[in-house]
Design a protein around this ligand. Structure first.
Ligand code: OSB
Ligand code: MG
Length: 370
Protein backbone atom coordinates (compact mmCIF):
# COMPACT_ATOMS: atom_id res chain seq x y z
CA UNK A 1 0.00 0.00 0.00
CA UNK A 2 1.02 3.62 -0.62
CA UNK A 3 1.00 5.88 2.43
CA UNK A 4 -0.84 9.09 1.63
CA UNK A 5 -0.99 10.86 4.97
CA UNK A 6 -0.05 10.41 8.60
CA UNK A 7 -1.50 12.27 11.58
CA UNK A 8 -0.08 12.52 15.07
CA UNK A 9 -2.22 13.56 18.00
CA UNK A 10 -0.92 14.27 21.46
CA UNK A 11 -3.77 13.43 23.80
CA UNK A 12 -4.36 13.80 27.52
CA UNK A 13 -6.97 11.85 29.44
CA UNK A 14 -7.85 12.16 33.10
CA UNK A 15 -7.46 8.83 34.90
CA UNK A 16 -10.41 7.91 37.12
CA UNK A 17 -7.91 7.58 39.94
CA UNK A 18 -4.20 8.34 40.20
CA UNK A 19 -1.93 5.41 39.32
CA UNK A 20 1.05 5.18 41.67
CA UNK A 21 4.05 2.90 41.22
CA UNK A 22 7.54 2.73 42.73
CA UNK A 23 8.68 5.23 40.06
CA UNK A 24 5.95 7.83 40.31
CA UNK A 25 2.34 8.87 40.22
CA UNK A 26 0.21 9.57 37.16
CA UNK A 27 -3.01 11.61 37.34
CA UNK A 28 -3.48 12.09 33.63
CA UNK A 29 -2.47 9.74 30.86
CA UNK A 30 -0.77 11.44 27.96
CA UNK A 31 -0.13 9.43 24.82
CA UNK A 32 0.21 9.86 21.07
CA UNK A 33 -2.31 8.55 18.57
CA UNK A 34 -0.96 7.71 15.13
CA UNK A 35 -3.29 7.58 12.12
CA UNK A 36 -1.99 6.29 8.80
CA UNK A 37 -4.04 6.78 5.60
CA UNK A 38 -3.32 4.45 2.69
CA UNK A 39 -5.28 2.89 -0.19
CA UNK A 40 -8.50 4.53 1.00
CA UNK A 41 -8.18 2.97 4.46
CA UNK A 42 -7.08 4.34 7.82
CA UNK A 43 -5.16 2.57 10.56
CA UNK A 44 -4.78 3.60 14.19
CA UNK A 45 -1.96 3.03 16.66
CA UNK A 46 -1.17 4.28 20.15
CA UNK A 47 2.26 5.30 21.42
CA UNK A 48 2.32 4.30 25.09
CA UNK A 49 5.11 6.65 26.21
CA UNK A 50 4.12 8.91 29.11
CA UNK A 51 4.65 12.62 29.60
CA UNK A 52 7.44 11.96 32.11
CA UNK A 53 10.38 9.60 32.36
CA UNK A 54 9.88 6.76 34.82
CA UNK A 55 8.94 3.47 33.28
CA UNK A 56 11.12 4.21 30.28
CA UNK A 57 13.50 6.81 28.81
CA UNK A 58 10.88 7.52 26.17
CA UNK A 59 8.37 10.31 26.68
CA UNK A 60 5.63 11.68 24.46
CA UNK A 61 8.09 14.39 23.35
CA UNK A 62 10.92 12.00 22.42
CA UNK A 63 8.44 9.79 20.57
CA UNK A 64 6.94 12.74 18.69
CA UNK A 65 10.42 13.79 17.59
CA UNK A 66 11.40 10.28 16.48
CA UNK A 67 8.17 9.87 14.54
CA UNK A 68 8.33 13.30 12.88
CA UNK A 69 12.05 13.32 12.10
CA UNK A 70 12.68 9.69 11.12
CA UNK A 71 9.83 7.26 10.99
CA UNK A 72 7.08 9.19 9.21
CA UNK A 73 9.39 10.54 6.44
CA UNK A 74 10.51 6.96 5.82
CA UNK A 75 6.96 5.72 5.11
CA UNK A 76 5.23 8.79 3.56
CA UNK A 77 4.54 8.38 -0.15
CA UNK A 78 6.26 5.01 -0.15
CA UNK A 79 4.92 1.62 -1.13
CA UNK A 80 4.79 -0.40 2.10
CA UNK A 81 4.20 -4.07 1.27
CA UNK A 82 3.89 -5.46 4.80
CA UNK A 83 4.40 -4.82 8.53
CA UNK A 84 7.85 -6.40 8.40
CA UNK A 85 8.95 -3.45 6.25
CA UNK A 86 7.74 -0.97 8.86
CA UNK A 87 9.56 -2.87 11.60
CA UNK A 88 12.78 -2.86 9.57
CA UNK A 89 12.54 0.91 9.03
CA UNK A 90 12.66 1.35 12.82
CA UNK A 91 15.51 -1.04 13.52
CA UNK A 92 18.43 1.34 12.81
CA UNK A 93 17.16 3.59 15.62
CA UNK A 94 18.39 0.98 18.15
CA UNK A 95 15.76 2.02 20.63
CA UNK A 96 12.67 4.22 20.86
CA UNK A 97 10.48 1.12 20.86
CA UNK A 98 7.30 2.93 21.90
CA UNK A 99 7.50 5.37 19.00
CA UNK A 100 8.14 2.50 16.57
CA UNK A 101 5.41 0.32 18.04
CA UNK A 102 2.78 3.07 17.71
CA UNK A 103 3.46 3.50 14.00
CA UNK A 104 3.69 -0.25 13.42
CA UNK A 105 0.35 -0.73 15.18
CA UNK A 106 -1.37 1.60 12.70
CA UNK A 107 0.01 -0.55 9.86
CA UNK A 108 -1.17 -3.77 11.54
CA UNK A 109 -4.65 -2.25 11.66
CA UNK A 110 -4.37 -1.27 7.97
CA UNK A 111 -3.05 -4.60 6.71
CA UNK A 112 -5.61 -6.59 8.68
CA UNK A 113 -8.40 -4.36 7.30
CA UNK A 114 -7.07 -4.73 3.79
CA UNK A 115 -7.14 -8.52 4.24
CA UNK A 116 -10.69 -8.30 5.62
CA UNK A 117 -9.56 -9.92 8.88
CA UNK A 118 -9.69 -8.92 12.50
CA UNK A 119 -6.27 -8.12 13.96
CA UNK A 120 -6.61 -11.22 16.12
CA UNK A 121 -7.14 -13.43 13.05
CA UNK A 122 -4.39 -11.63 11.16
CA UNK A 123 -1.94 -12.31 14.03
CA UNK A 124 -2.97 -15.96 14.37
CA UNK A 125 -5.13 -15.62 17.48
CA UNK A 126 -7.06 -18.64 18.73
CA UNK A 127 -9.27 -17.18 21.47
CA UNK A 128 -12.46 -15.15 21.21
CA UNK A 129 -12.21 -14.06 24.87
CA UNK A 130 -9.07 -13.36 26.86
CA UNK A 131 -8.68 -13.77 30.63
CA UNK A 132 -7.91 -10.49 32.36
CA UNK A 133 -6.70 -9.15 35.67
CA UNK A 134 -6.31 -5.73 37.18
CA UNK A 135 -3.17 -3.85 38.18
CA UNK A 136 -3.72 -1.70 41.26
CA UNK A 137 -1.44 1.24 42.05
CA UNK A 138 0.06 1.85 45.49
CA UNK A 139 -2.60 2.91 47.98
CA UNK A 140 -2.15 5.08 51.09
CA UNK A 141 -2.95 2.20 53.48
CA UNK A 142 -3.33 -1.57 53.49
CA UNK A 143 -7.03 -1.11 54.32
CA UNK A 144 -7.54 1.09 51.26
CA UNK A 145 -5.80 -1.50 49.09
CA UNK A 146 -7.93 -4.32 50.48
CA UNK A 147 -11.10 -2.36 49.74
CA UNK A 148 -9.94 -1.70 46.17
CA UNK A 149 -9.20 -5.40 45.70
CA UNK A 150 -12.60 -6.36 47.08
CA UNK A 151 -14.29 -4.09 44.55
CA UNK A 152 -12.38 -5.50 41.58
CA UNK A 153 -13.02 -9.09 42.70
CA UNK A 154 -16.72 -8.30 42.88
CA UNK A 155 -16.56 -6.94 39.33
CA UNK A 156 -15.10 -10.30 38.28
CA UNK A 157 -11.40 -9.73 37.62
CA UNK A 158 -9.51 -13.04 37.52
CA UNK A 159 -6.31 -11.98 39.20
CA UNK A 160 -5.03 -9.10 41.23
CA UNK A 161 -1.68 -7.39 40.71
CA UNK A 162 -0.45 -5.01 43.38
CA UNK A 163 2.47 -2.63 43.18
CA UNK A 164 5.19 -2.97 45.81
CA UNK A 165 8.23 -0.95 46.84
CA UNK A 166 10.59 -1.03 49.85
CA UNK A 167 8.50 -0.40 52.97
CA UNK A 168 5.29 -1.38 51.16
CA UNK A 169 5.92 -5.06 50.60
CA UNK A 170 6.01 -7.94 53.10
CA UNK A 171 3.57 -6.44 55.61
CA UNK A 172 1.22 -5.24 52.91
CA UNK A 173 1.21 -8.56 51.04
CA UNK A 174 0.64 -10.40 54.33
CA UNK A 175 -2.39 -8.20 55.02
CA UNK A 176 -3.78 -8.79 51.53
CA UNK A 177 -3.28 -12.55 51.88
CA UNK A 178 -5.03 -12.57 55.26
CA UNK A 179 -8.01 -10.83 53.67
CA UNK A 180 -8.01 -12.99 50.52
CA UNK A 181 -6.30 -16.34 51.24
CA UNK A 182 -7.04 -17.93 47.86
CA UNK A 183 -7.07 -15.31 45.11
CA UNK A 184 -4.57 -15.35 42.22
CA UNK A 185 -2.25 -12.58 43.41
CA UNK A 186 1.01 -11.12 42.14
CA UNK A 187 3.28 -8.17 42.90
CA UNK A 188 5.05 -5.72 40.57
CA UNK A 189 8.08 -3.83 41.92
CA UNK A 190 8.95 -1.83 38.78
CA UNK A 191 12.66 -2.17 39.59
CA UNK A 192 12.45 -0.83 43.15
CA UNK A 193 14.91 -3.33 44.70
CA UNK A 194 18.55 -4.41 44.51
CA UNK A 195 20.13 -7.79 45.10
CA UNK A 196 20.83 -6.67 48.67
CA UNK A 197 17.09 -6.94 49.26
CA UNK A 198 17.10 -10.66 48.40
CA UNK A 199 16.11 -11.71 51.95
CA UNK A 200 13.23 -9.26 51.97
CA UNK A 201 12.03 -10.55 48.61
CA UNK A 202 12.36 -14.19 49.65
CA UNK A 203 10.15 -13.40 52.63
CA UNK A 204 7.39 -13.03 50.01
CA UNK A 205 7.79 -16.74 49.17
CA UNK A 206 5.32 -17.74 51.87
CA UNK A 207 2.37 -15.89 50.25
CA UNK A 208 1.91 -18.09 47.15
CA UNK A 209 2.26 -15.22 44.73
CA UNK A 210 1.85 -16.22 41.09
CA UNK A 211 4.98 -14.22 40.36
CA UNK A 212 7.03 -11.17 41.33
CA UNK A 213 7.35 -8.78 38.40
CA UNK A 214 10.58 -6.89 37.70
CA UNK A 215 12.06 -6.69 41.21
CA UNK A 216 15.53 -5.43 40.16
CA UNK A 217 17.12 -2.86 37.84
CA UNK A 218 15.15 -2.01 34.68
CA UNK A 219 17.93 -3.18 32.36
CA UNK A 220 19.22 -6.17 34.30
CA UNK A 221 19.15 -9.86 33.45
CA UNK A 222 22.17 -11.23 35.34
CA UNK A 223 21.16 -10.24 38.87
CA UNK A 224 17.60 -11.41 38.27
CA UNK A 225 19.17 -14.82 37.57
CA UNK A 226 20.99 -14.73 40.89
CA UNK A 227 17.80 -13.67 42.66
CA UNK A 228 15.61 -16.28 40.94
CA UNK A 229 17.99 -18.98 42.24
CA UNK A 230 17.15 -17.79 45.78
CA UNK A 231 13.36 -17.47 45.33
CA UNK A 232 10.65 -20.08 45.07
CA UNK A 233 8.26 -17.51 43.60
CA UNK A 234 8.70 -17.18 39.82
CA UNK A 235 10.18 -13.93 38.61
CA UNK A 236 8.39 -12.29 35.68
CA UNK A 237 10.38 -9.76 33.67
CA UNK A 238 8.78 -6.63 32.24
CA UNK A 239 11.17 -3.64 31.84
CA UNK A 240 14.27 -5.79 31.14
CA UNK A 241 12.92 -7.56 28.06
CA UNK A 242 13.47 -5.25 25.09
CA UNK A 243 13.69 -7.77 22.24
CA UNK A 244 13.33 -11.47 21.50
CA UNK A 245 17.08 -11.74 22.05
CA UNK A 246 16.71 -10.47 25.60
CA UNK A 247 13.89 -12.94 26.11
CA UNK A 248 16.07 -15.86 24.96
CA UNK A 249 19.00 -14.71 27.11
CA UNK A 250 16.76 -14.25 30.15
CA UNK A 251 15.31 -17.75 29.82
CA UNK A 252 18.69 -19.36 29.24
CA UNK A 253 20.18 -17.53 32.23
CA UNK A 254 17.28 -18.44 34.48
CA UNK A 255 16.57 -14.73 35.02
CA UNK A 256 12.81 -15.32 34.93
CA UNK A 257 10.20 -18.05 34.47
CA UNK A 258 7.45 -15.85 33.02
CA UNK A 259 7.50 -12.89 30.61
CA UNK A 260 5.22 -9.88 30.46
CA UNK A 261 4.86 -8.87 26.80
CA UNK A 262 4.05 -5.25 25.99
CA UNK A 263 4.19 -4.32 22.30
CA UNK A 264 5.26 -0.77 23.16
CA UNK A 265 8.22 -1.93 25.23
CA UNK A 266 9.57 -4.29 22.56
CA UNK A 267 9.09 -2.09 19.47
CA UNK A 268 5.83 -3.46 18.14
CA UNK A 269 3.45 -6.33 17.66
CA UNK A 270 5.87 -8.14 15.36
CA UNK A 271 8.58 -8.38 18.04
CA UNK A 272 5.88 -9.13 20.63
CA UNK A 273 4.77 -12.07 18.50
CA UNK A 274 8.37 -13.28 18.17
CA UNK A 275 8.73 -13.30 21.96
CA UNK A 276 5.42 -15.11 22.24
CA UNK A 277 6.52 -17.71 19.68
CA UNK A 278 9.83 -18.31 21.47
CA UNK A 279 8.14 -18.72 24.86
CA UNK A 280 5.36 -20.86 23.43
CA UNK A 281 7.88 -23.26 21.89
CA UNK A 282 9.66 -23.53 25.24
CA UNK A 283 6.52 -23.88 27.34
CA UNK A 284 7.19 -20.57 29.13
CA UNK A 285 3.97 -18.76 30.09
CA UNK A 286 3.47 -15.19 28.89
CA UNK A 287 0.82 -12.56 29.48
CA UNK A 288 0.02 -9.22 27.93
CA UNK A 289 1.06 -6.23 29.99
CA UNK A 290 -0.61 -2.85 29.89
CA UNK A 291 0.39 0.81 29.89
CA UNK A 292 -2.98 2.33 30.85
CA UNK A 293 -3.85 2.40 27.16
CA UNK A 294 -6.94 3.99 25.68
CA UNK A 295 -9.24 1.62 23.85
CA UNK A 296 -7.11 2.02 20.72
CA UNK A 297 -3.98 0.52 22.26
CA UNK A 298 -6.09 -1.89 24.29
CA UNK A 299 -7.75 -3.34 21.18
CA UNK A 300 -4.32 -4.23 19.76
CA UNK A 301 -3.27 -5.76 23.10
CA UNK A 302 -6.45 -7.83 23.32
CA UNK A 303 -5.82 -9.15 19.80
CA UNK A 304 -2.25 -10.05 20.78
CA UNK A 305 -3.47 -11.80 23.93
CA UNK A 306 -5.63 -14.08 21.78
CA UNK A 307 -2.47 -15.92 20.62
CA UNK A 308 -2.19 -19.44 22.06
CA UNK A 309 0.75 -18.84 24.43
CA UNK A 310 -0.99 -16.05 26.39
CA UNK A 311 -2.18 -18.45 29.07
CA UNK A 312 -2.07 -16.07 32.05
CA UNK A 313 -4.53 -13.20 32.65
CA UNK A 314 -3.26 -9.92 31.18
CA UNK A 315 -3.21 -6.35 32.50
CA UNK A 316 -6.10 -5.73 30.12
CA UNK A 317 -8.87 -4.26 32.15
CA UNK A 318 -12.17 -2.80 31.02
CA UNK A 319 -12.26 0.78 29.71
CA UNK A 320 -14.11 1.98 32.83
CA UNK A 321 -11.31 0.81 35.10
CA UNK A 322 -9.13 3.59 33.68
CA UNK A 323 -11.24 6.31 32.09
CA UNK A 324 -14.62 7.99 32.44
CA UNK A 325 -14.99 7.88 28.66
CA UNK A 326 -12.92 5.73 26.34
CA UNK A 327 -12.11 6.82 22.77
CA UNK A 328 -13.74 3.80 21.16
CA UNK A 329 -17.25 2.64 20.59
CA UNK A 330 -18.24 0.33 22.15
CA UNK A 331 -15.81 0.48 25.09
CA UNK A 332 -14.27 -2.71 26.49
CA UNK A 333 -16.46 -4.19 29.21
CA UNK A 334 -15.62 -7.02 31.58
CA UNK A 335 -17.57 -10.22 30.88
CA UNK A 336 -19.03 -12.01 33.92
CA UNK A 337 -16.39 -14.75 33.49
CA UNK A 338 -13.52 -12.26 33.95
CA UNK A 339 -12.62 -11.96 30.28
CA UNK A 340 -12.62 -9.30 27.60
CA UNK A 341 -14.14 -10.20 24.23
CA UNK A 342 -11.72 -10.11 21.31
CA UNK A 343 -13.18 -7.74 18.67
CA UNK A 344 -14.24 -9.55 15.49
CA UNK A 345 -14.53 -6.66 13.01
CA UNK A 346 -11.78 -5.85 10.51
CA UNK A 347 -8.50 -4.51 11.89
CA UNK A 348 -8.67 -3.35 15.50
CA UNK A 349 -12.38 -4.12 15.30
CA UNK A 350 -13.36 -1.05 17.30
CA UNK A 351 -14.66 2.28 16.00
CA UNK A 352 -12.60 5.30 16.99
CA UNK A 353 -14.90 8.08 18.19
CA UNK A 354 -13.41 11.14 16.53
CA UNK A 355 -15.46 13.60 18.59
CA UNK A 356 -14.05 12.11 21.75
CA UNK A 357 -10.56 12.07 20.27
CA UNK A 358 -10.90 15.78 19.36
CA UNK A 359 -11.92 16.61 22.91
CA UNK A 360 -8.72 15.16 24.39
CA UNK A 361 -6.30 16.33 21.67
CA UNK A 362 -3.67 18.86 22.78
CA UNK A 363 -1.70 18.98 19.53
CA UNK A 364 -2.26 17.74 15.97
CA UNK A 365 0.28 17.50 13.17
CA UNK A 366 -0.55 16.31 9.66
CA UNK A 367 2.11 14.89 7.34
CA UNK A 368 1.41 14.60 3.62
CA UNK A 369 3.49 13.12 0.84
CA UNK A 370 5.37 15.36 -1.59
O1 OSB B 1 4.75 -2.06 35.16
O2 OSB B 1 3.14 -3.07 34.28
C1 OSB B 1 3.66 -2.02 34.62
C2 OSB B 1 1.29 0.93 33.98
C3 OSB B 1 2.17 1.87 33.50
C4 OSB B 1 3.51 1.55 33.44
C5 OSB B 1 3.97 0.30 33.84
C6 OSB B 1 3.09 -0.67 34.30
C7 OSB B 1 1.72 -0.33 34.40
C8 OSB B 1 0.71 -1.22 34.94
C9 OSB B 1 -0.72 -0.99 34.52
O3 OSB B 1 0.96 -2.07 35.77
C10 OSB B 1 -1.24 -2.04 33.64
C11 OSB B 1 -2.54 -1.65 32.98
O4 OSB B 1 -2.52 -1.00 31.91
O5 OSB B 1 -3.58 -1.99 33.52
MG1 MG C 1 5.31 -4.11 35.20
Amino acid sequence: MIVERVELRLIRMRLKEPFETSFGRELDREAILVTVYADGLEGWGEVVASRDFGYSYETTETAWYVLRAFLIPAVLGREIPNVETVARIGEPLRGHPMARAGLEAAFWDLFARQAGLSLSQYLGGVRDRVPVGVSIGLQPTDEALIEKIRGYLEEGYQRIKVKIKPGRDVGMIAAVRRAFPEIPLMADANSAYTLEDADRLSALDEFQLMMIEQPLHWDDLYEHGLLQARLRTPICLDESIHTVRHARAALEMGACRIINIKPGRVGGLLEAKRIHDLCHTRGVPVWCGGMLETGIGRAANVALASLPGFTLPGDLSASDRYYYEDLIDPPFVLNPDGTLTVPKGPGLGVAVDRRKVDRVTLRLEVFRKG
